[in-house]
Write a protein that binds this ligand. Structure first.
Ligand SMILES: O=C(O)CCC(=O)C(=O)O
Ligand SMILES: [Fe+2]
Length: 310
Protein backbone atom coordinates (compact mmCIF):
# COMPACT_ATOMS: atom_id res chain seq x y z
CA UNK A 1 0.00 0.00 0.00
CA UNK A 2 1.25 3.50 -0.73
CA UNK A 3 1.80 5.93 2.15
CA UNK A 4 -1.13 7.95 0.81
CA UNK A 5 -3.37 4.89 0.79
CA UNK A 6 -2.26 3.94 4.29
CA UNK A 7 -3.09 7.35 5.67
CA UNK A 8 -6.44 7.31 3.86
CA UNK A 9 -7.37 3.98 5.36
CA UNK A 10 -6.30 5.16 8.81
CA UNK A 11 -8.39 8.33 8.66
CA UNK A 12 -11.35 6.31 7.35
CA UNK A 13 -11.27 3.49 9.83
CA UNK A 14 -9.37 4.28 12.97
CA UNK A 15 -12.10 6.41 14.43
CA UNK A 16 -14.32 3.33 14.31
CA UNK A 17 -12.24 0.17 14.72
CA UNK A 18 -9.71 0.57 17.48
CA UNK A 19 -9.58 -0.36 21.12
CA UNK A 20 -11.06 3.10 21.55
CA UNK A 21 -14.62 2.69 20.31
CA UNK A 22 -16.32 5.60 18.60
CA UNK A 23 -18.54 6.28 21.56
CA UNK A 24 -15.41 7.02 23.62
CA UNK A 25 -14.33 9.68 21.15
CA UNK A 26 -16.39 12.82 21.63
CA UNK A 27 -16.68 14.39 18.18
CA UNK A 28 -18.11 17.79 17.49
CA UNK A 29 -19.77 18.14 14.07
CA UNK A 30 -19.07 21.25 11.99
CA UNK A 31 -21.10 22.77 9.18
CA UNK A 32 -19.73 21.89 5.72
CA UNK A 33 -19.51 25.02 3.57
CA UNK A 34 -19.29 24.72 -0.21
CA UNK A 35 -16.83 27.31 -1.52
CA UNK A 36 -18.21 27.03 -5.08
CA UNK A 37 -21.69 28.03 -3.84
CA UNK A 38 -20.21 30.94 -1.84
CA UNK A 39 -18.36 32.17 -4.95
CA UNK A 40 -21.61 31.93 -6.96
CA UNK A 41 -23.31 34.16 -4.36
CA UNK A 42 -25.73 31.45 -3.18
CA UNK A 43 -27.77 33.17 -0.43
CA UNK A 44 -28.50 29.99 1.52
CA UNK A 45 -24.81 29.01 1.62
CA UNK A 46 -23.78 32.52 2.67
CA UNK A 47 -26.35 32.31 5.50
CA UNK A 48 -24.81 29.00 6.58
CA UNK A 49 -21.29 30.50 6.56
CA UNK A 50 -22.60 33.40 8.65
CA UNK A 51 -24.11 30.90 11.09
CA UNK A 52 -20.79 29.04 11.34
CA UNK A 53 -18.83 32.26 11.80
CA UNK A 54 -21.12 33.64 14.50
CA UNK A 55 -21.59 30.45 16.51
CA UNK A 56 -18.41 28.39 16.86
CA UNK A 57 -16.23 30.20 14.33
CA UNK A 58 -15.22 26.79 12.89
CA UNK A 59 -16.39 25.05 9.70
CA UNK A 60 -15.33 22.53 7.07
CA UNK A 61 -14.67 23.99 3.63
CA UNK A 62 -15.25 21.78 0.59
CA UNK A 63 -14.74 22.50 -3.11
CA UNK A 64 -11.96 24.88 -2.10
CA UNK A 65 -10.30 24.34 -5.46
CA UNK A 66 -6.96 23.29 -4.04
CA UNK A 67 -7.22 19.74 -5.41
CA UNK A 68 -9.19 20.42 -8.58
CA UNK A 69 -6.83 22.96 -10.04
CA UNK A 70 -5.45 21.94 -13.42
CA UNK A 71 -1.99 21.71 -11.99
CA UNK A 72 -0.22 20.15 -14.95
CA UNK A 73 -0.35 23.43 -16.84
CA UNK A 74 2.11 24.74 -14.25
CA UNK A 75 4.40 21.69 -14.16
CA UNK A 76 8.08 22.53 -13.83
CA UNK A 77 8.97 20.57 -16.94
CA UNK A 78 12.16 18.66 -17.64
CA UNK A 79 14.56 21.52 -18.36
CA UNK A 80 15.63 22.17 -14.78
CA UNK A 81 13.07 24.84 -13.83
CA UNK A 82 12.65 24.75 -10.04
CA UNK A 83 9.57 26.97 -9.77
CA UNK A 84 6.04 25.72 -10.34
CA UNK A 85 4.25 22.42 -9.75
CA UNK A 86 5.99 19.06 -9.57
CA UNK A 87 3.61 16.18 -10.30
CA UNK A 88 3.71 12.84 -8.51
CA UNK A 89 5.92 10.46 -10.50
CA UNK A 90 7.84 13.28 -12.19
CA UNK A 91 10.97 12.39 -10.20
CA UNK A 92 12.69 9.09 -9.43
CA UNK A 93 13.72 8.01 -5.97
CA UNK A 94 16.49 5.51 -6.81
CA UNK A 95 18.94 4.37 -9.49
CA UNK A 96 16.47 1.81 -10.85
CA UNK A 97 14.03 4.55 -11.78
CA UNK A 98 11.30 4.04 -9.15
CA UNK A 99 8.96 6.98 -9.50
CA UNK A 100 8.19 9.23 -6.56
CA UNK A 101 4.72 9.73 -5.08
CA UNK A 102 5.05 13.33 -3.89
CA UNK A 103 3.57 16.49 -5.35
CA UNK A 104 4.68 19.97 -4.46
CA UNK A 105 4.64 23.48 -5.78
CA UNK A 106 7.45 26.01 -5.48
CA UNK A 107 6.58 29.68 -5.64
CA UNK A 108 9.42 32.07 -6.37
CA UNK A 109 9.84 34.87 -3.83
CA UNK A 110 10.63 37.04 -6.86
CA UNK A 111 7.10 36.41 -8.20
CA UNK A 112 5.44 37.11 -4.85
CA UNK A 113 7.35 40.38 -4.46
CA UNK A 114 6.83 41.45 -8.07
CA UNK A 115 3.11 40.54 -8.11
CA UNK A 116 1.04 41.32 -10.19
CA UNK A 117 4.04 41.57 -12.50
CA UNK A 118 5.41 38.15 -13.44
CA UNK A 119 9.10 37.80 -12.57
CA UNK A 120 9.75 34.10 -13.20
CA UNK A 121 6.64 32.22 -14.29
CA UNK A 122 2.82 31.87 -13.98
CA UNK A 123 0.98 29.90 -11.27
CA UNK A 124 -2.45 28.29 -10.73
CA UNK A 125 -5.26 30.71 -9.81
CA UNK A 126 -5.35 29.51 -6.17
CA UNK A 127 -1.72 30.59 -5.82
CA UNK A 128 -2.36 33.92 -7.56
CA UNK A 129 -5.29 34.60 -5.25
CA UNK A 130 -2.95 34.36 -2.25
CA UNK A 131 -0.03 36.38 -3.63
CA UNK A 132 -1.00 39.61 -1.89
CA UNK A 133 -1.90 38.09 1.47
CA UNK A 134 1.14 35.78 1.40
CA UNK A 135 3.54 38.68 1.30
CA UNK A 136 1.41 40.79 3.64
CA UNK A 137 3.35 41.18 6.87
CA UNK A 138 1.91 38.94 9.56
CA UNK A 139 0.39 36.15 7.46
CA UNK A 140 2.18 32.86 7.86
CA UNK A 141 2.18 29.18 7.05
CA UNK A 142 2.82 26.70 9.86
CA UNK A 143 3.73 23.06 9.50
CA UNK A 144 3.35 21.32 12.86
CA UNK A 145 4.90 17.97 13.76
CA UNK A 146 4.04 15.97 16.89
CA UNK A 147 5.79 12.64 17.60
CA UNK A 148 3.81 9.50 18.47
CA UNK A 149 3.26 9.22 22.24
CA UNK A 150 1.43 6.10 23.36
CA UNK A 151 2.01 5.87 27.09
CA UNK A 152 0.39 9.06 28.31
CA UNK A 153 -1.99 11.87 27.50
CA UNK A 154 -0.17 14.93 26.22
CA UNK A 155 -1.12 18.39 25.08
CA UNK A 156 0.61 18.98 21.76
CA UNK A 157 -0.66 22.56 21.40
CA UNK A 158 -2.21 24.17 24.46
CA UNK A 159 -5.68 25.71 24.48
CA UNK A 160 -5.71 28.90 22.45
CA UNK A 161 -7.64 31.04 20.03
CA UNK A 162 -5.90 31.93 16.77
CA UNK A 163 -4.46 35.45 16.59
CA UNK A 164 -5.39 36.65 13.16
CA UNK A 165 -8.25 36.74 10.68
CA UNK A 166 -8.90 33.34 9.09
CA UNK A 167 -7.01 30.07 9.57
CA UNK A 168 -7.11 27.41 6.87
CA UNK A 169 -6.07 24.01 8.26
CA UNK A 170 -5.24 20.68 6.65
CA UNK A 171 -4.65 17.69 8.89
CA UNK A 172 -4.95 13.94 8.35
CA UNK A 173 -4.90 12.62 11.91
CA UNK A 174 -7.27 13.56 14.70
CA UNK A 175 -6.05 15.43 17.76
CA UNK A 176 -7.61 18.85 17.20
CA UNK A 177 -10.28 19.53 19.81
CA UNK A 178 -12.71 22.39 20.44
CA UNK A 179 -14.31 23.47 23.70
CA UNK A 180 -17.84 24.36 22.69
CA UNK A 181 -19.14 27.37 24.68
CA UNK A 182 -21.34 26.28 27.56
CA UNK A 183 -19.82 22.78 27.70
CA UNK A 184 -16.96 21.37 29.76
CA UNK A 185 -15.81 18.44 27.64
CA UNK A 186 -13.26 18.92 24.88
CA UNK A 187 -14.52 17.36 21.63
CA UNK A 188 -12.51 16.21 18.60
CA UNK A 189 -12.92 17.75 15.17
CA UNK A 190 -12.65 14.82 12.79
CA UNK A 191 -10.52 15.48 9.70
CA UNK A 192 -12.51 14.86 6.51
CA UNK A 193 -10.58 13.92 3.34
CA UNK A 194 -10.70 16.75 0.79
CA UNK A 195 -12.02 19.29 3.30
CA UNK A 196 -10.10 22.11 4.93
CA UNK A 197 -10.99 23.08 8.49
CA UNK A 198 -11.46 26.85 8.71
CA UNK A 199 -11.65 28.95 11.83
CA UNK A 200 -11.75 32.61 12.71
CA UNK A 201 -9.14 34.39 14.84
CA UNK A 202 -9.10 37.21 17.41
CA UNK A 203 -8.81 40.01 14.85
CA UNK A 204 -12.21 39.08 13.36
CA UNK A 205 -13.80 39.07 16.82
CA UNK A 206 -12.48 42.56 17.54
CA UNK A 207 -13.22 43.97 14.06
CA UNK A 208 -16.80 42.64 14.27
CA UNK A 209 -17.49 43.81 17.83
CA UNK A 210 -17.90 40.21 18.98
CA UNK A 211 -20.41 39.19 16.29
CA UNK A 212 -17.89 36.71 14.87
CA UNK A 213 -16.30 34.08 17.11
CA UNK A 214 -12.79 32.78 17.61
CA UNK A 215 -13.20 29.55 19.51
CA UNK A 216 -10.84 27.97 21.99
CA UNK A 217 -9.10 24.88 20.59
CA UNK A 218 -6.10 22.67 21.33
CA UNK A 219 -4.26 19.61 20.01
CA UNK A 220 -3.89 16.39 22.05
CA UNK A 221 -2.90 12.79 21.26
CA UNK A 222 -4.68 11.54 18.14
CA UNK A 223 -7.38 9.04 19.20
CA UNK A 224 -6.82 5.27 19.34
CA UNK A 225 -4.29 3.63 17.01
CA UNK A 226 -3.65 6.96 15.28
CA UNK A 227 -1.56 7.75 18.35
CA UNK A 228 1.26 5.55 17.02
CA UNK A 229 1.79 7.75 13.96
CA UNK A 230 3.75 10.94 13.38
CA UNK A 231 1.27 13.80 13.20
CA UNK A 232 1.70 16.64 10.72
CA UNK A 233 -0.66 19.50 10.11
CA UNK A 234 -0.47 22.49 7.82
CA UNK A 235 -2.11 25.81 8.65
CA UNK A 236 -2.22 28.99 6.65
CA UNK A 237 -2.91 31.91 8.98
CA UNK A 238 -4.12 35.14 7.40
CA UNK A 239 -3.48 38.06 9.70
CA UNK A 240 -3.94 41.81 9.54
CA UNK A 241 -0.78 43.73 8.63
CA UNK A 242 1.44 44.48 11.64
CA UNK A 243 0.52 48.16 11.88
CA UNK A 244 -3.28 47.69 11.78
CA UNK A 245 -4.89 49.01 14.97
CA UNK A 246 -7.27 46.40 16.39
CA UNK A 247 -10.68 47.94 17.02
CA UNK A 248 -14.33 47.28 16.19
CA UNK A 249 -15.22 48.66 12.74
CA UNK A 250 -18.20 50.58 14.14
CA UNK A 251 -17.98 53.35 11.54
CA UNK A 252 -18.21 50.83 8.69
CA UNK A 253 -21.21 48.78 9.82
CA UNK A 254 -24.35 49.67 11.81
CA UNK A 255 -24.53 46.00 12.83
CA UNK A 256 -21.09 46.24 14.46
CA UNK A 257 -21.89 49.62 16.03
CA UNK A 258 -25.01 48.08 17.53
CA UNK A 259 -23.14 45.02 18.82
CA UNK A 260 -20.55 47.20 20.57
CA UNK A 261 -23.23 49.55 21.97
CA UNK A 262 -24.93 46.56 23.59
CA UNK A 263 -21.78 44.74 24.72
CA UNK A 264 -21.35 44.19 28.44
CA UNK A 265 -17.69 45.21 28.21
CA UNK A 266 -17.15 47.26 25.02
CA UNK A 267 -13.52 47.93 26.03
CA UNK A 268 -12.72 44.41 24.78
CA UNK A 269 -13.22 45.69 21.26
CA UNK A 270 -10.74 48.50 21.68
CA UNK A 271 -7.63 46.86 23.17
CA UNK A 272 -5.55 49.84 22.08
CA UNK A 273 -2.88 47.80 20.34
CA UNK A 274 -1.77 46.99 16.81
CA UNK A 275 -1.99 43.50 15.31
CA UNK A 276 1.76 43.07 15.90
CA UNK A 277 1.52 44.13 19.57
CA UNK A 278 -1.39 41.73 20.12
CA UNK A 279 0.50 38.84 18.51
CA UNK A 280 3.75 39.61 20.34
CA UNK A 281 2.04 39.69 23.77
CA UNK A 282 0.36 36.33 23.14
CA UNK A 283 3.45 34.57 21.76
CA UNK A 284 5.82 35.98 24.37
CA UNK A 285 3.65 35.00 27.31
CA UNK A 286 3.51 31.36 26.24
CA UNK A 287 7.31 30.97 26.08
CA UNK A 288 8.65 28.70 28.84
CA UNK A 289 11.50 31.11 29.58
CA UNK A 290 9.00 33.90 30.31
CA UNK A 291 6.93 32.06 32.93
CA UNK A 292 7.61 33.79 36.20
CA UNK A 293 4.64 33.24 38.51
CA UNK A 294 1.18 32.98 36.94
CA UNK A 295 1.23 36.41 35.32
CA UNK A 296 2.60 35.50 31.92
CA UNK A 297 0.27 32.55 31.34
CA UNK A 298 -2.78 34.59 32.32
CA UNK A 299 -1.65 37.36 30.02
CA UNK A 300 -1.28 35.04 27.02
CA UNK A 301 -5.02 34.83 26.27
CA UNK A 302 -6.94 35.89 23.20
CA UNK A 303 -10.64 36.58 22.74
CA UNK A 304 -11.92 33.28 24.15
CA UNK A 305 -14.06 35.03 26.75
CA UNK A 306 -15.64 37.32 24.21
CA UNK A 307 -18.81 35.53 23.21
CA UNK A 308 -21.20 36.45 20.44
CA UNK A 309 -24.23 38.49 21.36
CA UNK A 310 -23.04 39.45 24.82
O1 LIG B 1 -2.72 20.92 14.18
C1 LIG B 1 -3.90 21.20 14.23
O2 LIG B 1 -4.79 20.39 13.93
C2 LIG B 1 -4.34 22.59 14.68
C3 LIG B 1 -3.19 23.52 14.93
C4 LIG B 1 -3.58 24.84 15.52
O3 LIG B 1 -4.60 25.03 16.14
C5 LIG B 1 -2.64 25.99 15.35
O4 LIG B 1 -1.51 25.77 14.86
O5 LIG B 1 -3.01 27.13 15.68
FE1 LIG C 1 -4.97 27.20 16.31
Amino acid sequence: MTAEGFLKSITRTEWHHTSLSLKDVPIHPLLVIDYELIKAGNKHEIERLWTAGTTLGFWYLKNHGVDEERKMKYEQGDEGMSFGYKAAGANVVDASGTKDITQFINIATDDALAWPVQARRSYPSTVNASMVSTIAPGSATRCTYSPPILDRQVTAISAHTDFGSLSFLHNRLGGLQVLVPGTEEWQYVKPLPGHAICNLGDAMVIFSGGILRSNLHRVVNPPGAQGSLDRYSLVYFTRPADSVVLRALTDESPLIADAVAHASDPKRFEPGVTALEWLTRRIKNRRAANQKGLGAWLDSGGTEHTTSGS
